[in-house]
Design a protein around this ligand. Structure first.
Ligand code: 5GP
Ligand code: MG
Length: 190
């Protein structure tokens, strides 16, 4: 169960409780909008004219992708892929593809849109899997990146925020499937 501290208030919630965990406000929606806008401008400068294929990783990246993609105004295509690697607040170390893309990516400029890169297990797995289909290039765009947790050697080409190793919810990211609809980003407060 998610408990909203001030459901009927327009004031920002400083704290939220989701299940057994407490979270505090970490990145307000105005700051998210500013950084996502900056990222969209950088990506547009690199990618307009290439008709990139954006692959949105469900579920977590749906809010970020909706804002990021609407901030770009050049021709592009959007597909969705569903993977799972997390259980509660810890990475399981194995990646499961629940829904793959069905389009041919050979010779395409592919951009993976991810909510957060933590250990890098998910991205490493997906890069290997998609490179076999011979795209022209694969880039990674992540809302959040935890560089101290990264265990693999690849570049996060576009990251809106670099953060420490703490557990995050909100703006698409969940704790046990709750909290995705929070407008702001929250960090665990235990
Ligand atoms: P990785 O494979 O890089 O360890 O983890 C990537 C996936 O784990 C992300 O796509 C995300 O679903 C989940 N994840 C990693 N860190 C967090 C976090 O702080 N909060 C939430 N809600 N999910 C996370
Ligand atoms: Mg994810």
């Amino acid at each position: 169960m998610i408990t909203f501290a001030s459901v009927f208030s327009v004031r920002k919630m400083d704290k939220v409780c989701i299940g057994d965990k407490r979270f505090r406000l970490y990145i307000p929606q105005e700051k998210i909008a500013e950084k996502v806008g900056e990222l969209a401008r950088r990506m547009a400068a690199d990618m307009s004219g290439k008709n990139p294929l954006f692959v949105v990783l469900l579920n977590g990246a749906f809010v970020f992708a909706a804002d990021l993609l609407r901030a770009m105004d050049f021709p592009c295509e959007v597909e969705f892929m569903r993977v799972r690697s997390y259980d509660g607040t810890a990475s399981t170390g194995s990646v499961e593809v629940i829904q793959d893309i069905r389009v041919d990516i050979q010779d395409r400029t592919v951009v993976l849109i991810e909510d957060i890169v933590d250990t890098g297990t998910t991205m490493h797995f997906l890069l290997q899997r998609l490179r076999e289909r011979r795209p022209q290039s694969i880039k990674i765009a992540a809302l959040l990146f935890k560089p101290e947790s990264l265990r693999y050697d690849f570049a996060v080409d576009y990251a809106a925020f670099r953060i420490p190793r703490d557990f995050i919810v909100g703006y698409g990211l969940d704790y046990n499937e709750q909290g995705r609809n929070l407008k702001d980003i929250y960090v665990i407060d235990d």
